[in-house]
Design a protein around this ligand. Structure first.
Ligand code: ATP
Ligand code: MG
Length: 447
């Protein structure tokens, strides 16, 4: 395991000043697993003021209360935190006080999981007082210390634990797993933004579906709507799974991207509320995409998701069950409304939704192949599906004497005609059509 040069230099500076310094946490864990760490955190016996003066103008006091100084380097910022012991946890979220210590082992003891409590120094020596390496080898996620106590101190660790298990494919040690379930209600006291951060790191994990399957009641603390899906029998020959199992199979079948995973998790959340049985005893879920959309919107707002993210996800939820006919015209129409990125996402979602149904219906994949082939060709041909691509611009219409909202309306009318194949996307043809229609781009009803 090699340390990057910029990290080595920081460790050297601290050691030259007579202090101890170690890489710690996620970077050591990931490097030992042979993964490339995203960022490197350093823990040191130097007090924050010492770190600040050692690094001069490159150091910023970003979290002094917790002993954190950020050192800027050419390869990005590195957080340098003084060894600390967390004080009593009053509100179950933030330690009431932090005390600095000169013992790296005490600092490691406050960390959440054994695999996150390994330190490594400049010479490659490891400090691993809780058997983190052995758990890494065994693929086991285990609390440092008594799990009940650790989850009661900070309930966010419950979700962090599930997040690491989903990302790393680790199994959760039995006592840790039991404590995690037992203390789940504590998540109710955690700020929505912090839940969102951990949950959105969990969803893209290769093993996210397994974790959702094993711990639905934990996720139900902040998203109780999910629980209505668990065990909900669909009574329909298209489905060999209940709503929740179907959802998890579909979620597993989309790439590990947070938008896709989130849309997949929520696509059928409105199904239980829409269930009807017909005389033949067959189950139906009429109108469920719209209901799912409403529920998803509320759930994402509750987690304080960004507007763009929320709107993208709920639109995919709303569209997931729509048929996209395999024609140039209908693909251009879908492109106009969704744009390329979201139409591609929608196709991935429809594929996965279908793969979560009974295998007898998997032949639907062929239709999606066709839709995708048309989409690729249209984009290749630079087909027109947006105002940006239209061969006439606002200025052309102003020159024809139009003004105000009439300009936008005429452009939209022309675009619709081009998308529907009624007009070619050529300037002369479009301008001629405008002349014919008195500048509106639309024919009179009577004509
Ligand atoms: P990632 O690769 O996602 O950044 P990470 O393990 O580095 O994973 P961070 O949130 O960056 O996670 O935290 C860095 C380290 O700080 C953790 O590895 C762990 O040792 C410690 N830590 C973070 N949050 C907590 C917590 N809530 N309770 C105890 N220790 C924590
Ligand atoms: Mg980290």
């Amino acid at each position: 395991m090699e340390l990057p040069k910029h990290v080595e230099r920081i460790l050297t500076t601290l050691e030259s000043a007579g202090r101890e310094a170690w890489c710690v946490g996620g970077c050591v864990r990931d490097a030992l697993l042979g993964r490339t760490p995203e960022d490197w955190d350093i823990t040191t016996s130097a007090l924050p003021e010492e770190t600040l003066s050692l690094f001069g103008p490159r150091a910023e006091p970003t979290g002094l209360r917790h002993g954190t100084v950020t050192v800027k380097t050419e390869a990005g910022p590195v957080e340098v935190t003084t060894y600390r012991i967390d004080g009593t946890y009053r509100d179950r979220r933030r330690p009431e006080s932090v005390a600095f210590t000169r013992s790296v082992d005490e600092d490691l003891a406050r960390r959440d999981f054994t695999v996150n409590a390994i330190a490594r120094n400049l010479r490659g020596e490891l400090r691993d007082p809780f058997g983190g390496r052995e758990d890494l080898r065994g693929g086991i996620l285990r609390c440092v210390g008594d799990p009940d106590r650790r989850f009661q101190e900070d309930a966010l660790r419950i979700l962090r634990g599930l997040r690491f298990a989903a990302a790393l494919g680790f199994s959760i040690a039995p006592e840790t797993a039991e404590a995690l379930r037992r203390n789940r209600a504590g998540l109710g006291d955690i700020a929505a933004e912090r839940i969102q951060t951990e949950f959105f790191k969990l969803l893209p994990g290769d093993h996210a579906a397994e974790i959702l399957r094993d711990y639905p009641e934990v996720f139900g603390v902040f998203w109780p709507e999910l629980l209505a899906m668990v065990g909900f029998d669909q009574r329909n020959r298209h489905h060999c799974y209940d709503v929740w199992e179907h959802t998890l199979h579909a979620l597993d079948a989309v790439p590990g991207d947070v938008v896709l995973r989130c849309a997949m998790l929520l696509h059928d959340v409105g199904k239980p509320a829409c269930f009807t049985l017909d005389e033949a005893g067959v189950g139906h879920f009429y109108g469920h995409p719209a209901v799912s959309r409403e529920l998803a919107d509320g759930m994402l707002r509750r987690l304080k998701c960004g507007t763009d993210f929320r709107e993208t996800v709920v639109r995919l939820v709303e569209w997931h069950d729509r048929d996209i006919p395999r024609t140039d015209k209908s693909i251009r129409r879908a492109l106009r409304i969704l744009g390329e990125e979201d139409l591609r996402r929608l196709i991935l979602i429809k594929r996965a939704d279908n793969l979560g149904q009974s295998p007898a219906f998997w032949d639907r994949q062929g239709e999606l192949d066709k839709a995708e082939a048309i989409l690729d060709r249209l984009l290749e041909e630079d087909a027109c599906f947006s105002l940006k691509q239209l061969a006439v611009k606002g200025g052309d219409l102003l020159a024809l004497g139009l003004s105000g909202p009439a300009v936008g309306a005429a452009l939209e009318a022309l675009l619709s005609k081009v998308i529907d194949g009624a007009l070619p996307n050529r300037r002369e043809a479009l301008l001629a059509h405008l002349q014919e229609t008195g500048g509106t781009g639309q024919k009179e009803e009577s004509e």
